[in-house]
Ligand binder design. Structure first.
Ligand code: PEP
Ligand code: MG
Length: 754
């Protein structure tokens, strides 16, 4: 049976389109299982019908004509139950429906198997037999396996419009592909499919006939890429905020890094030719990032591979053919690289769509910086068949509509217009204070540090830095950065924002963000050795970092130190002792350092339940809602399978936040929110109601959040909070907040348009 199945699956995969795939299935299955009929009914979601789409054994003229309402007959019964229905004599079943057009009245045996993907029933695969027959277990499982194979093909066909043509509907139904919202906005344009410039993975090892010459070609190729990058950087200089231009610096740094150059040269000298040596070095480097669970850092692997392909292209002297970009280019690919984005002429880039990546990909960061709508991680994207196809990109919801019908198109044009009006309106808020109509001031701070940046965006509008993540310099190097390197980094950010406060977090690596040179392998990294647990176990790392921070703040005195992943009071006591020790030793050395305020991140449930004991020990609290949500809900924040369950507006998270506020109040401590929640317009209403003292977010959210604060009185926010706390599920909270935002005319902040 397995071999039969393998052969059918192979034949289905070889079929050039869905119509032929269906024909293969019905023909082969009928013959293999000795049934009299095999048919496929597909769901037409627009007309809410099951349509007979292929058959072997029934009248062929019925194909496309037999349309059964979704809840009728045995097909409807299989679809409702979402499990196989195996009947020796179908005609005695109460849901049996006599269908004259197919000539099915002669048959008794019935096996119907639903074709399901992501909980949606896409159709039903059916076997019929003249005489009474109960199908065997292994026949049922074969049908189930084929149904799951078909599900993928159907999804592709729906996406590319093939199914609409098959079902004889002219306009593509209002069907969309779902990805991750990576950059807000609406784009309507033509797809231009991009693909990697050279296939690095396919390069073989080969002995270098002349290592000297190989080394020279390699160095030349690197130099060519450096020049290419410098050109891109120049070209995008005017359109990109400084923060994002720094990406080019990061790539240049990578290109010039010892790991890349010396690693490859070393391999050439050991006898491999340049392309092979390059492949090995790039793979080794990229694997380090691949292994990281933090989405942002894992995405860096794509950057490394992309650089590798560029170098290879120059090594192979491949010409970059000039590309014709449509005026409203929607750049699409399995993987789109930031360099491919940079190559699109100014003004021609309407949107970006990729099957890989997430909202923390460099591509997503670039797209946001350029104000270009983007959706990443769009599964089932039939990239190969989409060049030149019209598309709508809904960057708010991460949706893609391919060949949209007139109604979808018109609706999105309307949304795009109101979206543009919204951006103009937000611009007007730049100089205004972050204050509610009833006079409550809620300062907005910046989260920064993740991208190497010389002048972070949002400096002027923010009250300071609420969270400076220090991991980057530790991760991009091949050893711990020394005190001097760290001092320079910290001094830079402290100086830019002085006299406004800058909260620098001590190292939060480990678990999901392992260091390449600090190997650890854990089966449960999120519950493992991470954050403060590592730095207290390795006090030399902690002391070096704290010394660098204290010295960097000399004369500026705007430093605050933040401790991540605190789960016990001992950790706080110990960390404070070490900070005090670093301070005292520096003073003894004659350095004019001052003791800064010290705070903790509240991001594990244990900290919530001990909030008073913790608050008593520190100067301020900062809530890391990203981790707090994942630990309270037991949902890995980077796992796409459970992404639907991850929601920081879950009633349990809201309750935890109110507990934190209560505990902090007992000791008069200020509470800041620095997870993604602080930048979400809906959540901000509740945080305002809770009386948090400040919010810290990415630069892109500052104006939107300010608009909420300026439109919603503190009193109203309190009322909404008390209603939200009665909600039993997230949907109830979201409905409430959406209505509240719509009431003050801010529905457009959540949904495109209003
Ligand atoms: C958080 O957990 O909310 C947080 C801000 O920290 P990070 O995202 O760096 O884990
Ligand atoms: Mg965290």
């Amino acid at each position: 049976m397995f071999e039969t199945l393998r052969r059918i699956v192979h034949a289905v995969n070889e079929a050039p389109d869905l119509e032929r795939a269906l024909a293969v299935i019905v023909g082969r299955v009928r013959d293999t299982l000795g049934a009299d009929v095999c048919s496929v009914y597909l769901t037409d979601f627009d007309s809410r019908e099951h349509v007979l789409q292929a058959t072997e054994g029934l009248r062929s003229e019925a194909v496309g004509k037999v349309r059964l309402p979704l809840n009728r007959g045995l097909i409807g019964w299989v679809s409702e139950r979402r499990e196989p229905v195996n009947l020796a004599d179908a005609s005695s079943h109460p849901r049996y429906l006599f269908i004259h057009e197919t000539g099915e009245d002669r048959f008794r045996g019935f096996l119907g198997v639903p074709i399901v993907q992501n909980r949606k029933v896409l159709g039903v695969l059916v076997l019929r037999q003249c005489e009474s027959r109960t199908f065997e277990d292994d026949e049922v499982t074969l049908m189930m396996t084929l149904a799951s194979q078909l599900a993928g093909a159907i999804t592709h066909a729906r996406a590319s419009g093939e199914l609409a043509r098959l079902q004889h509907t002219n306009s593509l139904p209002n069907h969309f592909l779902q990805g991750l919202a990576a950059s807000p906005g609406i784009a309507i344009g033509r797809i231009l499919v991009v693909y990697p410039p050279a296939d690095l993975e396919a390069v073989p090892d080969r002995p270098a006939s002349d290592p000297q010459e190989q080394e020279e070609s390699f160095r030349d190729a690197v130099q060519d890429v450096v020049e290419e990058l410098e050109q891109f950087a120049k070209r995008t200089a005017k359109d990109l905020p400084a923060e994002d231009r720094a990406l080019f610096d990061a790539w240049l740094l990578m290109l010039e890094s010892d790991t890349l150059i010396d690693g490859t040269v070393e391999r050439i000298r050991q006898g491999n030719w340049a392309p092979g040596a390059l492949r090995e070095t790039i793979e080794e480097h990229a694997r380090v990032f691949d292994a990281m669970e933090d989405t942002y850092l894992r995405e860096r692997a794509a950057d490394v591979r992309d650089l590798g392909r560029r170098i290879l292209m120059h090594l192979q002297n491949l010409e970059v053919r000039p590309v014709e970009y449509p005026p409203d280019t929607v750049l699409m690919g399995e993987e789109v690289s930031a360099m491919q984005i940079a190559a699109v002429p100014k003004g021609s880039l309407a949107g970006v769509v990729a099957s890989r990546g997430s909202s923390s990909s460099h591509v997503a960061i670039l797209a946001r910086g350029m104000g270009v709508p983007a959706a990443m991680g769009v599964a089932d994207l039939p990239v190969g068949r989409l060049d030149g196809v019209e598309a709508v990109v809904d960057g708010y919801r991460g949706r893609i509509y391919l060949s949209p019908g007139p109604a979808v198109r018109a609706e999105y044009q309307r949304l795009r217009n109101s979206d543009r009006a919204l951006s103009d309106e937000l611009e007007g808020l730049r100089q205004l204070p972050s204050e509610t109509p009833d006079g409550y001031h809620l300062p907005l701070f910046l989260n920064t540090g993740l991208v190497s940046e010389s002048r972070p965006l949002g400096i002027e509008e923010s009250a300071g830095v609420g969270l400076y993540r220090t991991e980057l310099p530790f991760i991009v190097r091949d050893r711990f950065p020394g005190e001097a390197v760290q001092l320079t980094n910290y001094r830079h950010v402290l100086e830019i924002f002085a006299p406004r406060p800058v909260t620098i977090r001590t190292l939060d690596v480990g678990g999901d963000k392992p260091l390449p040179y600090f190997p650890m392998s854990e089966s449960n990294p999120f519950l493992g050795w991470r954050g403060i647990r590592i730095t207290l176990d390795q006090p030399e790392i902690f002391l070096t970092q704290v010394r660098a921070m204290l010295r960097a703040a000399i004369g500026l005195d705007n430093l605050q130190i933040l401790l991540p992943m605190i789960s016990t009071v001992d950790e706080v006591d110990e960390a404070k002792l070490l900070i005090r020790r670093a301070h005292d030793e520096l003073r003894e050395d004659g350095q004019e350092v001052r003791m800064p305020p010290v705070g903790i991140m509240v991001e594990v449930p244990a900290a919530v339940y001990q909030i008073e004991a913790l608050a008593r020990r520190v100067d301020f609290l900062s809530v890391g809602t990203n981790d707090l949500t994942q630990y309270i809900l037991a949902v890995d924040r980077n796992n796409a399978h459970v992404a639907k369950l991850y929601d920081d507006l879950h009633p349990a998270v809201l309750r935890a936040l109110t507990e934190i506020m209560k505990g902090a109040r007992t000791y008069g401590r200020e509470v800041s929110i620095c997870g993604e929640m602080a930048g979400d317009p809906m959540a901000v209403v509740l945080l305002l109601g809770m009386g948090v003292h400040s919010l810290s977010m990415g630069a892109g959210s500052l104006l939107r959040v300010k608009w909420v604060i300026r439109s919603m009185s503190r009193m109203r926010a309190r009322e909404l909070l008390s209603v939200a706390l009665q909600c039993e599920d997230t949907a109830c909270v979201r409905r409430l907040l959406l209505e509240a935002l719509e009431d003050v005319g801010l529905g457009g902040l959540v949904l495109p348009g209003s």
